[in-house]
Design a protein around this ligand. Structure first.
Ligand SMILES: CC(C)(COP(=O)(O)OP(=O)(O)OC[C@H]1O[C@@H](n2cnc3c(N)ncnc32)[C@H](O)[C@@H]1O)[C@@H](O)C(=O)NCCC(=O)NCCS
Ligand SMILES: Nc1ncnc2c1ncn2[C@@H]1O[C@H](COP(=O)(O)OP(=O)(O)OP(=O)(O)O)[C@@H](O)[C@H]1O
Length: 247
């Protein structure tokens, strides 16, 4: 099973590519890290409690008004404004959320390896390189577009909750897209329309798809684990040096 790490900058089109890959004719299983990052901070979770304890005193509107069940969820735009304007606070939030997301990703990967038996599983994760998750991927795909187009798409999608300044801070908080592109095994340029994007995705997925023989052999645990370890070691030595220099 090939774990395909799908990443990019904010609003470059990761979710759009993820939805192409999880629909026919590809129909690949998808693990969405943004979605998992939402689930691990729902009211009642340890993540929620830690966030309220740390950020409550500095963000007066951290919690939403009570819902119909009396629960108060996180005010994500308010938390986002705070952490994207403050590197140290973003690190605290990452340190609360990322370990939980990592565990949830591993549980899903094991499930797909044992149960769904797909030849490729797509891991859609914005901070693939920053959080060093690329070490666990057989191949990495970066969805990239120009910064102007990225800004335009971000504001068109989220302009009702973000100011221009919020958008700049979110873009600046991530590794520049051209650096991500250099670290990737395959780059999907998303500077044109959806038809062009579909064609680029088709070529990109064909270039990383494993052979039937590899997929079949990897279903045998000793061989699968040996392949996963070999992949980790190869990626660690070939990509880590480059990443250390860039970050
Ligand atoms: C700050 C939060 C509450 C803002 O929530 P909001 O609903 O406005 O945004 P959403 O979660 O949809 O994220 C949108 C995009 O912002 C970018 N982003 C999110 N978190 C981060 C981060 N810690 N560092 C850099 N970029 C980030 C990603 O490109 C992501 O796709 C939320 O992004 C969050 O909890 N972030 C920390 C967890 C995280 O790192 N998530 C990324 C995947 S693990
Ligand atoms: N080729 C395209 N043509 C037109 N609009 C596009 C194209 N690709 C993406 N978009 C639009 O740009 C916006 C951002 O795309 P998307 O949500 O896929 O980005 P993302 O990288 O997943 O963002 P985030 O990091 O915030 O999760 C969306 O509104 C999407 O519909």
């Amino acid at each position: 099973m090939l774990v395909l790490g799908l990443t990019g900058g904010i609003a470059t089109g990761k979710s759009t590519v993820a939805s192409i890959l999880s629909s026919p004719p590809y129909s690949l299983p998808l693990i969405d890290a943004d979605q998992l990052a939402r689930e691990v901070v729902l009211p009642g979770t340890p993540g929620f409690a830690k966030i309220v304890a740390h950020f409550g005193p500095s963000i007066p509107d951290l919690l939403l008004p009570p819902d119909e069940h009396g629960k108060r969820g996180l005010n994500r735009p308010a938390l986002g404004r705070h952490i994207f304007a403050n590197d140290a606070e973003r690190k605290v939030l990452n340190a609360i959320i990322h370990p939980e997301v990592r565990k949830a990703i591993f549980r899903r990967l094991v499930y797909h390896w044992l149960v769904s038996r797909a030849d490729i599983v797509v891991l859609d994760i914005p901070l693939l390189f920053e959080a060093k998750f690329d070490l666990f991927c057989g191949a990495t795909m970066v969805v990239a577009c120009t910064p102007d187009l990225q800004r335009e798409r971000l504001m068109k999608r989220d302009g009702h909750v973000l100011t221009d300044n919020d958008a700049e801070q979110r873009m600046a908080s991530q590794m520049p897209i051209e650096e991500k592109a250099q670290l990737a095994d395959v780059v999907v340029w998303n500077n044109k329309g959806l038809d062009e994007l579909n064609a680029t995705v088709a070529a990109a997925i064909a270039s990383v798809r494993p052979s039937r023989l590899t997929t079949w052999l990897e279903w045998f645990p000793p061989f699968g684990l040996a392949m996963a370890l070999a992949c980790f070691v190869r990626r660690y030595f070939s990509k880590s040096g480059a990443r250390e220099k860039k970050t």
